[in-house]
Design a protein around this ligand. Sequence first.
Ligand code: ADP
Length: 283
Amino acid sequence: MDYISVQNVTFQYESQDDTETVSKKQVLNDISLEIKKGEFVAILGHNGSGKSTIAKHLNAMLLPSSGKVFIDGMDTADEKLTYDIRRKVGLVLQNPDNQLVASIVEEDVAFGPENLGIPSDEIRERVDEALKAVDMYDYRLHAPHKLSGGQKQRVAIAGIIAMRPDCIVLDEPTAMLDPKGRQEVMDTILKLNRENGITIVMITHYMEEAVLADHIYVIDNGKMLTSGVPREVFSQVELLKKHRLDVPQATELCYKLRACGVEIKELPLTEAECTSLLKEVLR
Ligand code: ADP
């Protein structure tokens, strides 16, 4: 079993109306994923396809209606293990304003370890280390609300890192950011994955971000549409288009050129690959 193992998970939200009638809404349908320690995984899909619901299953915020989720071998349905699971898997949400709680950056980052009951000298060490990891150490005494969107999101990530998780699940962490903020946050996520070995599960709408992942899962309407390494997933242009999903711009351009008769064997994923391919074609 891999570090994160989601096995045939089905999930229904239950809600009650004024007459106390319970209605159920099926959101996940037989979802399975296997994520290795140290991997960088992207989850793609439309709004409402169930991505956030999957994210919440990865740190026991939600429990499957049927099926199983294991984190490092621990069953999320076992309530005795919830605390341990949440220490291993940190969750970063879309809007950093909803995650920052203190009036000074370093206090904010200390909040998580304080709640874990970590001794204060170790908290100091963890806060400094976490702020350095996201390149926000120089801002440790600033007020979070005065930071840019990208800086706020990096502080929110530092708050999670300070709890020393094995894995960080990020639910559209760049959705509310401008291109510069997006780049800063992506650079931080890649560094945490490649240099610090933190397992990353990132939900995103940006295909250019998903291309950087080791493995992609595409969810459509609560079901797994396809999965694989980015090249496998984005070679299925027709399938993705049929489900109104995008492919990276470089892939799209060459897909259209190929449809016009230009001889292109393998579709590129990045601008750099696209440029060298077109140089060859135009020669
Ligand atoms: P995504 O992250 O892909 O946008 P979500 O997991 O947020 O999708 O939502 C999947 C579906 O579940 C949507 O139809 C959404 O309206 C519904 N949903 C999300 N949260 C709740 C909730 N707390 N109660 C009832 N339905 C919900």
